[in-house]
Design a protein around this ligand. Structure first.
Ligand code: DNO
Length: 360
């Protein structure tokens, strides 16, 4: 398991590369050009700026999250070919600087959704929270404004320019069914995966967050059966999964250990975090520790270890603790604690295996 850490870029993150480098076992950053709109080709000079900073800090940049998919691709519009071409051009450039994994998602209009970015937990820390009832009655324009209320940061997935066209997008999706979304994903994968094979890049689809349809929009990366179908659309090791325990775990019906066991050789990237799911379907993000939430984090790490997982892993969202002022979900402290928990589980597994071998 190779540990990496999400970094939003110079001037766009409260966490520094020097700090990241001091977290035990972290070898690289998970990065993106957050100011390039979905569908546009990434400029090489900007990519090289990130490379310069990463090199200087002694961190690699093998994992990108995300190269976002233009809505026209998800909608299956004729203009999608242009955006797919741009995607390919970006892949060539990323391969040139040594990128091995591209995380992306196929969610219509919205990326992750929460109703509260700073909900207080019992211990006084705060975390991202999802209230089911509220989502059912949410005024979307207001929500977009609320998410973008912090002038210091644009939230990934909620960039104002991609949400400026909400009404138009909702109209366009009105008749798009799950089946059509799968068809449109297939078209994208058939164009991109051979290309990714050629450039030795593993594409890693991120599950929908939360893993069910919202606001009447279809969602397809919701659980084991749909993941199986998606990976089968183009059956190649380069058509992979970002195994996100928190996204999948928001639906307790998802058996994530089983997902890891079934798709282990198709998982180049793991996002690990815990959520506590309440009986009414609300959920809050907690510390990574298994007993703090509903997701069996220990079981998931054990399963990764049993499958000789050699892919990348990052701690996912953390709580906001010790008065840290940071991007919602992306502070230094709780994610660093999360990493030490993950290493603890991992090393305990390794030790057990070693002592088993010595006993033989
Ligand atoms: C939010 C993230 C998502 C994720 C994308 C992957 O914090 O989990 O924005 O990066 O869905 O494409």
């Amino acid at each position: 398991m190779k540990m990496v850490f999400r970094w939003f870029g110079e001037g766009n993150d409260t966490v520094t590369l020097e700090q990241i480098r001091q977290i035990p076992g972290v070898e690289g950053i998970v990065w993106a050009l957050h100011d390039v709109p979905a569908g546009e080709e990434w400029p090489m000079d900007k990519i090289l700026q990130v490379k310069k900073a990463a090199d200087k800090a002694g961190l690699h940049m093998k994992v990108v999250e995300s190269v976002n998919i233009h809505e026209d691709i998800k909608l299956g519009l004729p203009s999608r070919d242009l955006y797919i071409d741009n995607y390919k051009k970006t892949i060539v450039k990323l391969a040139e600087v040594g990128v091995k994994v591209i995380c992306y998602n196929f969610m219509p209009v919205f990326d992750w959704v929460r109703t509260d970015l700073h909900k207080e937990l019992e211990d006084g820390s705060t975390a991202l929270f999802y209230e089911k009832e509220k989502v059912a009655h949410l005024n979307l324009e207001e929500q977009v404004q609320r998410i973008n209320a912090n002038p210091n940061f644009t939230m990934p997935g909620w960039e104002p320019e991609r949400l400026g066209r909400l009404t138009e997008l909702f109209d366009a999706y009105r008749n798009v069914t799950e089946e059509q979304l799968f068809d449109n994903a297939k078209y994208f994968l058939e164009a991109i995966i051979p290309f990714a094979e050629k450039y030795d890049i593993r594409m890693a689809i991120h599950p929908d967050d939360p893993p069910w349809p919202i606001f009447g929009l279809p969602r397809i990366i919701t659980g084991q059966a749909n993941i199986r179908r998606f990976l089968g659309l183009v059956d190649s090791p380069n058509n992979g999964l970002t195994m996100c325990s928190g996204s999948l775990g928001a639906n307790p019906a998802n058996d994530i250990v089983s997902i890891v066991n079934e798709f282990a050789d198709r998982i180049p990237f793991a996002h690990i975090r815990n959520v506590r799911v309440y009986d009414n379907g609300d959920f809050i993000e907690t510390s990574h520790r298994t007993t703090d939430g509903t997701v069996d984090i220990a079981g998931i790490v054990n399963a990764l270890h049993e499958n000789d997982y050699e892919g990348f892993c990052r701690p996912d969202h953390g709580r906001h603790i010790w008065d840290e002022q940071c991007r919602p979900g992306y502070g230094l402290y709780d994610r660093a604690l999360g990493i030490m928990y993950l290493w603890g589980l991992w090393d305990a597994n390794r030790r057990k295996l070693q002592s088993g071998r010595m006993g033989n």
